[in-house]
Design a protein around this ligand. Structure first.
Ligand SMILES: [Zn+2]
Length: 243
């Protein structure tokens, strides 16, 4: 009886592992990326092996320009995420980069991964994803998950993202401000409606800029340090606004 129980527990456990492995196979690929046809062309920057020397250089330059943009706006970043460039849809799918999307960040408790489609990517998306990785690096996984509302995370990232949807935004109305700052969880921020998602991004960028005002460029690292030490994000922003 006991033997049977152990055997069925093992089967359930194995099935569980297989299921997790199936749904999160991209994560296994990311962790062991060297074994999946990628090479490290610079510190933590990877491309598929088939990239020409010219395309490798292009990738390295893009990352350094995006880092410079983040440095110019927020100050020098600390994060050193693993950045992967892919150049074909098949590999992009295997790494769970959604179709039509130029780049995505997977922020895990052990590492930040930024996956970029070399054919679609530009400096805006890279700088945007680097800010997400920076927030994680400065706060740690748990604090970021628990303390940082999604609209703030996106708002901070969008300050260095100048894609055409996200520039020259009108002044945010108070109704829109309250709507957006209630989008504190990923499940509230994103929906299946692409247009609504763009409006949420625009609102998050405007709400962040409105709240932080003159601190919007210099204040992020200070805010993250304070939150890491235990301050509440929203009370801290309130205090900064009154100073
Ligand atoms: Zn984002």
């Amino acid at each position: 009886m006991k033997g049977k129980l152990i055997k069925s527990s093992l089967i359930v456990l194995l099935a569980g592992f297989l299921l997790v492995g199936y749904y999160y196979s991209y994560m296994i690929r990311l962790v062991f990326i060297d074994s999946f046809g990628f090479i490290e062309i610079a510190d933590e920057i990877y491309t598929q092996k088939k990239f020409s020397e010219k395309d490798q250089k292009k990738a390295i330059n893009l990352i350094s320009e995006a880092r410079q943009r983040v440095t110019d706006y927020y100050g020098e970043p600390l994060a050193n995420p693993k950045i992967l460039f892919v150049s074909d849809d098949e590999e992009a799918t295997k790494l769970n980069l959604p179709k039509g999307i130029p780049g995505v960040a997977y922020l895990t408790p052990w590492e930040s991964y930024i996956i970029l489609d070399a054919n679609k990517i530009g400096i805006d998306v890279v700088a945007h994803e680097l800010v997400h990785a920076e927030i994680l690096a400065r706060l740690g996984y748990l604090k970021r998950t628990m303390e940082i509302p999604t609209w703030f995370d996106e708002g901070a990232a969008l300050q260095v993202d100048f894609r055409h949807h996200y520039i020259d935004l009108p002044t945010i109305t108070s109704a829109e401000f309250f709507r957006v700052t209630a989008l504190d969880k990923p499940s509230k921020f994103w929906s299946d409606d692409a247009q609504q998602n763009i409006r949420n991004y625009q609102g998050a960028k405007a709400a962040y800029a409105k709240l932080l005002g003159q601190n919007s460029s210099v204040g992020l690292y200070y805010i993250l340090d304070k939150v890491k030490q235990g301050e509440d994000l929203l009370s801290l922003i309130d205090r900064l606004r009154q100073e």
